[in-house]
Design a protein around this ligand. Structure first.
Ligand SMILES: NC(=O)c1ccc[n+]([C@@H]2O[C@H](COP(=O)([O-])OP(=O)(O)OC[C@H]3O[C@@H](n4cnc5c(N)ncnc54)[C@H](O)[C@@H]3O)[C@@H](O)[C@H]2O)c1
Length: 277
């Protein structure tokens, strides 16, 4: 937002997280200048437009747009929205970056739920073009249009999702990862070949098994269980995922998932063998 010309306030209760964020945004802009993607003066101006604060009332005062990205807990998000609304500009758009919570439910904390909407960004945010805009039950057409304009103005491509479990991206990604694990479990192909098939056959930057290792199969399993509960049988978690999580093979972060990792690097030919059940 700061790079696109908006006066931007970054708010967090944790002062250390705030300084780290400000420093990392500075590094991203400096790298952009070095790579010739960002004009040097524009980078200086963007840094100048970014302020940090541990005080929500100070950071949000008079703002036309709030994008809350606090911890993925309903009560925390609702409390932030209630507090921010006391100081935001009249008719401000209140956006939530939630990945899995209900925008409709978050909006019940607002004095005007028609102004509340989902604005779901993807990591790393400065590189990833997509924003999923999520319409809750009460979100107005005007709020959708304003949010689309904000998204366009920062150079993102937005899609509109009528609130549903897993939106579009998490739902498809969960299905793909689950199916890949069923194939591995059945011995259809090796882990390496299943990932290669997706990278070379579909031009996916990562195969579904290495992506699951990066995301963490514990997180994946939680998402699948939620989708199974809300959307039905087709999302039943693959038994191999349940087994791997029980064994502590959560992925990169535990040093092993479908593959093994040494010093953060994938060990060649370390994929779980097919037909393991
Ligand atoms: N991590 C991702 O890749 C990703 C991608 C898309 C969306 N999201 C969503 O973004 C949100 C944040 O995700 P995260 O992974 O950064 O979470 P996180 O828990 O790592 O960080 C949350 C931050 O919120 C701060 N915070 C908590 N309560 C606060 C309060 N009352 N006021 C101000 N700051 C407060 C914390 O200090 C912390 O810095 C979640 O809703 C998540 O679903 C995350």
């Amino acid at each position: 937002f700061a790079a696109a010309g908006y006066s931007t306030a970054l708010v967090d209760l944790n002062a250390e997280a705030l300084s780290r964020s400000q420093a990392s945004i500075g590094t991203i802009l400096d790298d952009g200048v070095r790579l010739g993607k960002v004009d040097a003066d524009a980078a200086v101006a963007a840094k100048g437009r970014l302020s940090i604060s541990t005080d929500l009332a100070e950071g949000a005062r008079g703002a036309a747009l709030l994008v809350e990205t606090v911890s993925e807990q309903l009560a925390v998000k609702q409390a932030v929205i209630t507090a921010a609304e006391a100081v935001l500009a009249p008719n401000a758009v209140v956006a939530t970056n939630t990945s899995a919570l209900s925008v409709t439910e978050i909006a019940t904390a607002s004095k005007d739920p028609s102004r509340v909407i989902g604005m779901h960004f993807f990591n790393p945010v400065h590189k990833m073009k997509l924003v999923e805009i999520v319409r809750g039950l009460a979100t107005s057409d005007e709020t959708v249009a304003q949010t689309r304009d904000y998204s366009d103005s920062i150079g993102k491509t937005s899609i509109l999702v009528n609130e549903a479990p897993g939106l579009t991206t998490s739902r498809m990604s969960a299905m793909l990862g689950n199916e890949a694990m069923y194939m591995l479990m059945e011995g259809t192909a090796t882990a390496e070949d299943i990932d290669t098939a997706h990278r070379l056959g579909f031009n996916h930057p990562l195969g579904p098994l290495e992506l699951g290792d990066a995301t963490g199969w514990d997180t994946r399993l939680a998402v699948l269980r939620y989708l199974h509960q809300t959307l039905g049988e087709k999302f039943r978690p693959c038994p191999l995922i349940i087994k791997m999580v029980a064994a502590g093979r959560h992925g990169r972060k535990t040093g092993a998932g479908v593959y093994e990792y040494r010093d953060g690097q994938k060990v060649p030919n370390s994929g779980l063998k097919g037909g393991v059940l």
